[in-house]
Design a protein around this ligand. Sequence first.
Ligand code: PXP
Length: 240
Amino acid sequence: MKKIRLGVNIDHVATVRNARGVSYPSPLRAALLAEKYGADSVTIHLREDRRHIREDDLKSIKSRLKIPLNLEIAATKEMLRIALKYKPPFICIVPEKRKEVTTEGGLNLNFNKIFLKKIIYKLKKNKIRVSLFIEPNLKDINKAKLLNADCIEIHTGKFCNLVNESKNFSNELNKIKKAVLLADSIGLEVHAGHGLTYKSAKILSNTIGIKEFNIGHFLIGESIFLGLGNTIKQFKKNIK
Ligand code: PXP
């Protein structure tokens, strides 16, 4: 069985930098270290309010990184313009609310359908692989296919919260498994992310069909204690 790829999300390196309004710690340095220590891709989320990653980070990381850059954006005209300016190989379209602490749920694929379709079309025309961040819900998977996405990323937040709180997660895990099965069977590449820790990533890595995990907050936090290289190595061990 092929190994699940590990995408390292470095947004929170920028969160720490921005807390002081200085130039360090550098997200570019983190991206290049993640690459050196075996990350399969690097993910950054350019939020509308620029609370962590900024456009200059996107520019420097895109120009220096050799592994694929996965840019997360909201479905807006501004973000489409930026995506087409830098042309990262992967884009993940995510919902965004100004007041949320983090991306709280998957995209509402009934809302703004025409614009979503247009964005996906334009990105794909520019040879960018497009993923939609959605809940593990069968209707949304069929809708993602109709919108012509290449991949879906399943929001694992609920599952991870249950694991963290040592609650029964079997219903949520089953939902994810069914979602992966359907997506895989209709030709959507399946990614998963949000809230993943060593433990939740290890449990989910037994789900056949998941091709990639995108992990940020826990991984960057753990790097304070172990260093980025050791943390990436530990995750890679857990998800093989
Ligand atoms: N995948 C997507 C689409 C995200 O938006 C995020 C961050 O919000 C993640 C993965 C990573 O989540 P976390 O930082 O909780 O690991």
